[in-house]
Design a protein around this ligand. Sequence first.
Ligand SMILES: O=c1ccn([C@@H]2O[C@H](COP(=O)(O)OP(=O)(O)O)[C@@H](O)[C@H]2O)c(=O)[nH]1
Length: 314
Amino acid sequence: MEEKWEHPQDTEVLGALDLGGASTQITFQPGVPVEDRNTSVFFRLYGTNYSLYSHSYLCYGQSQALKMLLAALHQASSSAQISHPCYPQGYQENLTVAELYDSPCVRAPSSASPGLVLRVTGTGDPAACGTAVQRLFNFSCGAQWPCGFNGVYQPPVRGQFLAFSGFYHSLHFLNLTGGQSLSLVNATIWQICNSSWEQVQELFPTASRTQLRDACTASSYTLTLLLQGYKFNYTTWPNIHFVQQVANVDVGWTLGCMLNLTNIIPSEPLTAVTELPRNIWIAATVLLAIMLILSFCLLTAMCYQRNSSGYEQL
Ligand SMILES: O=c1ccn([C@@H]2O[C@H](COP(=O)(O)OP(=O)(O)O)[C@@H](O)[C@H]2O)c(=O)[nH]1
């Protein structure tokens, strides 16, 4: 791809895992025909046809998922005090009902008054955090087997994947984007989720308050989404490559959109539009100028002749 805009023969097609703020996307070349037309994508890119599986889950982006989690905890608490098992123990913050229910991904209970101030307290409980995160998903497939989650058809993941955006940021913060084993990733997330507010501040002295607050929630959510949502396991985990950039270019949906758009520009230069050699161009310009001067002289002479013959008649 770096020099020639074409797909080299016999090269593997990489899958893409994108975790945005509002939605998450999975795209890969499955080993079986895609059974559900809503999730199959056919397209032609630089002379090669691709048949892919792709699905986007709205509201399952990192920011919205964290908001859904907080809303679920609020609704379970039935008071203005919310215990958050994924926030570090001892962390506290206040937010209003209006701030919590400010997006279509979270529906406010009819009884909630927008101005009510909610007090959120972290309890730093990894097991309870894992359970609360899993409750955001419906893992039963129903008729759509095999599935990802929420009953959406998904063939088993296949091949190598690039995981970027929120997937990268949430694990990079914990230094887990360098090909670490799944057991180490699990253990590190458990450790951060078990930490107190003072401990996380000491561990990451330069991190922002929001980064420290969300480190456990974001990484737990990432892991649950990859393992139970997209159905990666101990065998396929090493196939996920967490990246921010490829060849010094940020990877994300904007790059994909740009590649798809440049796809409509022909890769070969048009043969009909050819450049004139410099000397021919100069000769043609001089010839044109001479012809213009001659035409001007001829027209002037004709006008002069017509005027003088008119005077003679008079
Ligand atoms: O330096 C960054 C950039 C993004 N994110 C998080 O990664 C997720 C996806 O961010 P992005 O800007 O890619 O979202 P999109 O524009 O795709 O919705 C969001 O929840 C961000 O909070 C982050 O933690 N660090």
